[in-house]
Design a protein around this ligand. Sequence first.
Ligand SMILES: Cc1cc2nc3c(=O)[nH]c(=O)nc-3n(C[C@H](O)[C@H](O)[C@H](O)COP(=O)(O)OP(=O)(O)OC[C@H]3O[C@@H](n4cnc5c(N)ncnc54)[C@H](O)[C@@H]3O)c2cc1C
Length: 449
Amino acid sequence: MSDVIVVGGGAAGWAAALAAVQGGASVVLFEKLAESGGSSALSGGCLALAGTDLQAAQGVADGPDLLFKDLCEVGQHVNDAALVRTYCDAQLTTYDWLKEAGVGFSPVIETASGQSVPRVHTVDPADLVRALKAMAEQGGRVVYRSNAAVKNLLSAPDGRVTGVQLESGQELLANKSVIIASGGFAKNPEMLNQYAPQYAEAVFVAGAGSQGDGLCMATSIGADLRDMNYVKGTFGKHPTDETNDHSLQAVYKGAIAVNQDGQRFVDESISYKLLGDAVMAQPWHTGYQIMDQGIFDTGDDRVRILDFGRRLEEGLFYVGDTLEELATQIEIDADTLVATIARYNGYVEAGNDPDFGREHLVHQHGVLRKIETPPFYAYPSTAVVFGTYCGLRIDPHAHVLRADGSRIDGLFAAGEVTGGFHGAAYMTGSALGKAVVFGKIAGEAAAAS
Ligand SMILES: Cc1cc2nc3c(=O)[nH]c(=O)nc-3n(C[C@H](O)[C@H](O)[C@H](O)COP(=O)(O)OP(=O)(O)OC[C@H]3O[C@@H](n4cnc5c(N)ncnc54)[C@H](O)[C@@H]3O)c2cc1C
């Protein structure tokens, strides 16, 4: 019998396993699939961290309090402030801890959603999971079992969680606690239909194991849920591209978004999750990001969401020497598109967008650019659901809670399976950040339980 059982081997699960062994516990980690990694390993590798040495080296003044303010604003103040505070206070220590585990970070990138200063720290996401796993397994105190889906939680008569039952029927008990780190439900059509019917026509990209197993297991023994009506997709996904490639955010460099009628429909500088909601409400759930050569030239091939050149090489852009030519290609009335762009350029010149109130390129950064230098580019864009960012209600120590606020003893949860932290929307880097920060907290707490 091990001290701690971890369900799921993504970033949250391996962070929890590492922290638990460092806390003196023995651990068994069950992974449903043949390979661990989950959505974490597929991700863009962006983490929202504040006050790091990398930011200081780039002259960025940031810290836990500003991060807290931004996270609450992006979450529209419906997020659980205690969880947000815990994240903000723990993220710098977690950053150092990840570096000690061998995770390498690249310089901070500027373009992100929901951040008032640049704070996206990027890692190779598969390496992040590998490093945590290797470190956790080093002392021989972790048993890793792949192709081993957990099906049920076992409880004592007093409600305390005592272990798990695998799909094979095998039962395993834990001396101390069980940690659920089984990710979200972006690969479970029934749950998506229940909680996010507005995204029925979106593209879904996530780890194959993201089927909501942990969420269902915990609710079946009384766990409460948070944020279930805030599932959001990310704007900027090419509608026919179902690879795990990230979205494209040309809007954050100055492009505008138009719908199939050639009309703008949103302030393009807001969170790409809110842009996701906006595009899903348009005809055919699709729009186009429109830009000119001047904006195209500001693309950045080091940043996936800004890599215009690669998408052009892959034939995903429409290109026209005139706006009329571009409009014909994307089957939008040419006069309407020309008028929309002329109107927008006028707003840029006047410094006032009475239609949607756009003032910046992204969030509160950047000066708007006119769309005037040929050739002109159009990138077809719908929303993609990468994750569900809602789920089990936890307290700041990652204990799973019931609706009355009481703890389910012996049960912790971390990562995408949990709700409450993001609230109504999501800041770039906060989901992978949440996975490692709360994974570590859950592992420490479970080892001490
Ligand atoms: C393409 C893509 C890009 C993204 N980019 C970013 C980004 O740049 N920044 C960011 O903050 N967020 C990003 N996200 C979201 C973020 O990656 C995830 O929210 C986060 O990594 C989830 O981590 P996790 O450990 O909770 O879940 P996962 O990494 O999904 O791990 C869960 C694991 O549990 C396993 N599992 C499931 N059920 C069971 C079961 N019954 N028994 C045993 N094992 C089970 C799964 O197979 C999986 O391996 C992205 C997501 C995707 C898909």
